[in-house]
Design a protein around this ligand. Structure first.
Ligand SMILES: NC(=O)N[C@@H](CC(=O)O)C(=O)O
Ligand SMILES: [Zn+2]
Ligand SMILES: [Zn+2]
Length: 344
């Protein structure tokens, strides 16, 4: 059994910077032709000039012989101007702007405190068709962590789309049935990415026999009915759902800690993990649209040429991969069997 696909892209990825970037980039570049690169560096990528410099660092870190194009994003702040949005749209290499509600996730301290402050930027994005990518969780500590995504729909996303009905929005890394239903019922300007880990696991994975920090990410894994709804959405054939790994490397010590960082590392085996989820749903034939067609169609970019092949064959990712500063990263499924293998 094998699956052959048009070369896919990753529409939500964390590459970090410096030695960490050099450590993780080969994994993604081996699997994907392009990736939407998240701007949550320290300090964040807030201007087109920042994005140009970051893009150059990514290309400099790319091993010879790998063909990979980073698609850059800006980090929306309360101070992002309409001028900066115009420069982004004109740049040719900035493809979206990312909303992190302040405090919602890793490196989001510089995020937006109130979307009302961003109205000029959002109006310009709506006018120019530049997509807004959202980390869709409210930060209100009174809201249960498992409900923060669905409350975000009511409190932030619906009012935002009411104010800017033409704004193109990607609801990133959706984790709930409510989010999948919201996107399915929204207009052609609203899409969503879905991670492999949210298709494969429910929240039990975080607590199997003890606390398992490598399954902790944000938005946190939800109960089984949500996983099932995400898998239905991903395999539905609806073109507004597409692949975004949210591969988010953190050093082992930062994950295995009293207050561990959020993020699952999946870049080493991204397509294998998605293939497993789609195969379990009997939807092998739907993987290509999800991984290779729906994303570029939404972003108004050409689909890739060339193909990749996945074989139904077992292999075991190592216990860890080298990371920056002599540290290591523990990948998802470290030391456990995978059932698909991407051919080189
Ligand atoms: N997904 C995560 O759990 N973490 C991401 C941030 C994010 O995408 O929210 C990270 O940058 O580590
Ligand atoms: Zn996020
Ligand atoms: Zn992310």
């Amino acid at each position: 059994m094998q699956i052959t696909l048009t070369r896919p892209d990753d529409w939500h990825l964390h590459l970090r910077d410096g030695d960490a970037l050099a450590a993780v980039l080969p994994h993604t570049a081996r699997q994907f032709a392009r990736a939407i690169v998240m701007p949550n560096l320290k300090p964040p990528v807030v201007s087109v000039a920042d994005a140009a410099a970051y893009r150059a660092r990514i290309l400099a870190a790319l091993p010879a012989g790998l063909d990979f194009t980073p698609l850059m994003t800006l980090y929306l702040t309360d101070r992002t101007s309409a001028d900066e949005i115009r420069r982004a749209a004109d740049s040719g290499f900035v493809h979206a702007v990312k909303l992190y509600p302040a405090g919602a996730t890793t490196n989001s301290d510089a995020g937006v405190s109130d979307l009302a402050n961003c109205d000029a930027a959002l109006a310009e994005m709506e006018r120019l068709g530049l997509p807004l990518l959202v980390h869709g969780e409210v930060t209100d500590p009174a809201i249960d962590i498992f409900d923060r995504e669905q409350v975000f729909i009511e409190r932030v996303l619906q009012p935002l789309l009411a104010r800017h009905p033409g704004l193109r929005v990607v609801f990133e890394h959706i984790t709930t049935q409510e989010a999948a239903e919201f996107v399915a019922g929204a207009g052609a300007n609203v899409a969503a990415t879905i991670t492999a880990h949210h298709l494969l696991y429910n929240r039990n994975a975080i607590f199997t026999g003890g606390v398992r920090p490598h399954y902790y990410c944000l938005p946190v894994l939800k109960r089984e009915r949500h996983r099932a709804a995400l898998l239905r959405a991903a395999t539905s054939g609806d073109a507004r759902f597409f692949l975004g790994t949210d591969s988010a490397p953190h050093a082992r010590g930062a994950k295995e800690a009293a207050c561990g960082c959020a993020g699952c590392y999946t870049a080493h085996a991204a397509l294998e993990l998605y293939a497993e989820a789609f195969a379990a749903a009997g939807a092998h034939d739907r993987l290509e649209a999800f991984a290779s067609f729906n994303g570029p169609d939404f972003y108004r970019l050409p689909r890739n040429s060339g193909q990749v092949t996945l074989l139904q064959e077992t292999w075991t990712p190592p216990a860890s991969y080298p990371y920056a500063g002599g540290d290591s990263i523990v990948p998802l499924r470290a030391g456990e069997t995978l059932h698909w293998r991407l051919l080189d």
